[in-house]
Write a protein that binds this ligand. Sequence first.
Ligand SMILES: [Fe+2]
Ligand SMILES: [Fe+2]
Length: 234
Amino acid sequence: MLVRPDEKMPIARLLTFLEQGERLANECAKAQAALAPDFGSRRFLLSQARQEAAHALVFQGAITWLAPRHLGDAPFLPALEEYRRLLNDALVRQDLLETFLAEQVILEGLGEAILTRIEAGLAKRAAPFGRLRRILLQQEEAHHGFGRRMLERAMADGRINTQTLRRCAQDYLALTDQMVLTLSGLFESIAEDPTAWANDVRKFLPEWLNQPGHEAISCQPSATVGPEQLKAEY
Ligand SMILES: [Fe+2]
Ligand SMILES: [Fe+2]
């Protein structure tokens, strides 16, 4: 693999961020499955939880292989920890729609942007495990798509509206903006264009979330999904 010695630490840090994101996604999907009112969504979320646990191991393995000294580096992204706290609050309130917005739609959108950008960088550096990385990306796309469908269905059924979702997204998006800033520095140090990838991030968000007109109101409990309300096809 064509990784220069001075690139190892920033790449290991990017991978550490991804590994921590995978662990957060794993815990969240498990908790969501316990709240999900129907068999179909519960089954999807349990399978997502298993995939996220496997993804965390893939990144952990990559760090061990690339830069073992950096394995277990202390968390360097307070924004991710704050994100975890907000998401846990929503889980405690059993606000499943907010958790779909925060985890599957926003955080997985950011994950997809990073993975897609890293993929280009890794392919350029002739990194191994290309097929494994493509499978991982397909699974992430499926998780993201699931969250979008859940919210779009809730909007179509009148259980929530775009304004509430946009308002609810504000705190989460402010935190992903902070993560993007921190990670941009890492991208820069491995000669990847931070502006290009920062622009990628918003492209992975649904259009209804990306429109301007943000209201500066903090997120309120907006909707709890009842058993009859979350009939899904997968
Ligand atoms: Fe994942
Ligand atoms: Fe995922």
